[in-house]
Design a binder for this molecule. Structure first.
Ligand code: NI
Length: 256
């Protein structure tokens, strides 16, 4: 049974077939899905899917690219209320830093402030975090180091082997998307090779990042097996072993 640990079914690209698709996942080998939120609205939708489908769980959070109009105190209180509203909420995410889109100092400072507040929230609620780190590796590491009791996953991991080792020492897991199947994925391949199997998770980040041979199409959890195949090939392990262990890792992290 596969566990897609990161998919955005609130995206409008699923408006035409969301229910049919989500309902069909278990019979297609995908027994678990975690749907993270990116703002209050998508977090609320994530919780509603988690309540409607027994194989779907939710995370709630403010993504660093979705901070426009977010007012710290008020919106974080609303997020906390939502996180406490359902036992199906199993993480705070996705949260973090994105320096690819935000270049100015003020914008980056605002990202760090909301990121830290959400790390504190995760600590208070005893929930793991799902971290988005795009071109902000050192600052992301600095912040997670400040919350040593919080555990989580660096999703769509894009850093070096050296950074990976620091994060693994802190107790974090690393998760990989379709990027792992692209021809230029040399760095991600090295990280997978250097990371123990019991610290890896797989995800689609649907509807984006579709793996080869579906690249360019709308992604969905139906394609998450491709990341298991890629890890099996890189680590020269049986596919069934990779599927079972990555699912186990996700269940352990998210308390399922
Ligand atoms: Ni995502």
């Amino acid at each position: 049974m596969l566990f897609d640990t990161h998919a955005h079914y609130d995206d409008a690209q699923f408006d035409g077939d969301r229910d049919a698709l989500l309902s069909s996942l278990p019979e297609n080998g995908v027994g678990l899905v975690l749907n993270p939120g990116c703002d209050l609205e998508s977090s609320r939708k994530a919780v509603s899917y988690a309540q409607a489908y027994p194989h779907v769980y939710a995370a709630v959070g403010f993504h660093p690219e979705n901070l426009e109009g977010v007012e710290g105190t008020r919106d974080l209180a609303a997020l906390e209320t939502l996180a406490r509203s359902s036992p199906r909420v199993r993480a705070i995410g996705e949260i973090g830093l994105d320096y690819y889109w935000v270049k100015d100092v003020e914008g980056r400072r605002a990202q760090a402030e909301i990121f830290r507040a959400q790390m504190r929230l995760a600590g208070r609620l005893g929930l793991p975090v799902i971290i988005h780190d795009r071109e902000a590796h050192l600052d992301s590491l600095t912040i997670v180091e400040q919350y040593p009791k919080v555990r989580g996953v660096f999703h769509c991991y894009s850093g070096s082997v050296e950074l990976a080792k620091r994060l693994l020492d802190l107790g974090y897991l690393l998760s990989f998307t379709g990027v792992l199947t692209y021809k230029n994925a040399r760095k991600a391949v090295e990280v997978v090779r250097a990371t123990p199997l019991d610290r890896l998770m797989i995800e689609t980040d649907a509807p984006y990042m579709a793996p080869v041979p579906y690249r360019g199409k709308r992604n969905s959890s139906l394609y998450v097996y491709r990341m298991a195949e890629a890890i099996a090939e890189i680590k020269d392990l049986p596919l069934e072993t990779v599927i079972a262990q990555t699912t186990e890792n996700g269940k352990r992290l998210f308390g399922i």
